[in-house]
Design a protein around this ligand. Structure first.
Ligand code: TRP
Length: 371
């Protein structure tokens, strides 16, 4: 059996550098590793509608933004199928059957659902669609027979729930679905990149994001006003690394060659951290280095995006072809699922024959008894 990747994003805005270190960078590495037979990346518009049902225009406008960001970071349409979720009705059908295997209590216990419900303040008016989206996400993953899901830490409970559905399905209906594993980013900083204000998560509504397509002057402005150690008032004061956003970003982005190029006084990040802890290293110097690192990382991404922006019709063509390939795969899985669930009445020739035999025997028995 081949190795298959499936992952995805909700198209509710442009992607930011948190998405990049949390998942996009890994996807490109996995793509280039040559280890995978098939790669599907889902633009999860149907899932986005579970909490944006009243704002379909937002989802509609952001499908292209997410697609452009994918292409900009180096995901290659010759190797990756970009799939638009709502155009694959098989996913909805699978969701409906999987719903039989999941209890309300289990969904209530899903930590991601719990946090998100709290954040959105639905109160007593939780929409069924939103509440059940982990089931739909299990359909996304299993429809493509994914073995590997590169995603951020926040998606772990979703993958776990998908694994449970797979085990339950296979134990009831026979071996059909594949149990996926999550592929997490390499270090803690990448697991959850904080916002530029030091808040736990980057989010558009908080205005604390740096987008992949951000212009150089805006990157600089955001970096220079970033949250650091509020106790580090004078340069001579000892500074704290923990919770210092500038250092968290450096953990996620700085590579050895960045020191050679921009800050040869230090060999690596550990030396910078030591100096900062001791005192005598000012925030501005560290921020300038981070700015250089981010500028160098984001420039090629921004430029590549601008190239694709010149031909939007071509990007939609890429999406259309990816979606067609995705639907083919999902249809194959759905057909196996329906076979194993015994809801394939018109495809199963044996069914009619067997039932005819049964009725014939009954009729014959009645005939004998009435004689
Ligand atoms: N829930 C993911 C997010 O909010 C998006 C997503 C939808 C996804 N389907 C998926 C991720 C399947 C991984 C696998 O970003």
């Amino acid at each position: 059996m081949g190795k298959i990747i499936l992952t995805g994003d909700r198209p509710t805005g442009k992607l930011h550098i948190g998405h990049y270190v949390g998942s996009l960078r890994r996807r490109v590495e996995l793509q280039n590793s040559g280890e995978f037979d098939e790669i599907y990346i889902l633009i999860a518009d149907a899932q986005a509608l579970t909490d944006n049902w009243d704002n379909p225009e937002k989802v509609r406008q952001n499908i292209i933004n997410v697609a452009l960001d994918y292409l900009a970071v180096g995901l290659d349409p010759n190797r990756v199928h970009f799939v638009v979720q709502s155009a694959v009705p098989e996913l909805t059908e699978l969701t409906f059957y999987y719903a039989n295997l999941v209890t309300v209590a289990r969904l209530e216990r899903n930590p991601t659902v719990k946090t998100e419900l709290g954040m959105r303040g639905f109160g007593d008016s939780i929409p069924v669609g939103f509440f059940t989206y982990p089931i739909s996400q299990a359909a996304d993953i299993t429809a493509f027979k994914a073995t590997t899901v590169p995603a951020g830490e926040d998606q772990e409970p979703m993958i776990e729930q998908a694994r449970e559905i797979v085990r339950k399905f296979n134990s009831i209906y026979g071996e059909t679905l594949v149990e996926p594993v999550i592929s997490l980013p390499e270090n803690r900083a990448c697991l959850r990149l904080p916002g530029t204000d030091g808040k736990e998560k980057m989010s558009k509504s908080l205005g604390n994001c740096i987008y992949l397509s951000e212009e150089p002057k805006d990157i600089k402005k955001k970096v220079m006003s970033m949250y650091t150690d509020p106790g580090h008032l004078r340069i001579e004061d000892p500074g704290k690394i923990e919770g210092n956003t500038v250092f968290t970003y450096l953990d996620a982005f700085a590579k050895p060659e960045h020191f050679e190029e921009f800050w040869p006084e230090y060999k690596n990040l550990d030396e910078v951290k030591d100096h900062y802890r001791r005192g005598g290293l000012g925030d501005v110097k560290v921020k300038k280095f981070l700015n250089n690192v981010l500028q160098e990382t984001l420039e090629p991404i921004r430029n590549k995006r601008k190239e694709y922006e010149k031909d939007i019709a071509y990007v939609y063509e890429i999406l259309k072809q990816g979606t067609e390939a995705g639907e083919k795969k999902a249809a194959q899985t759905l057909s196996e699922v329906k076979d194993h669930m015994k809801i394939n009445y018109f495809e199963d020739k044996q069914l009619i024959e067997d039932q005819q035999k049964m009725f014939d025997e009954e009729l014959a028995k009645e005939g004998r008894n009435n004689r």
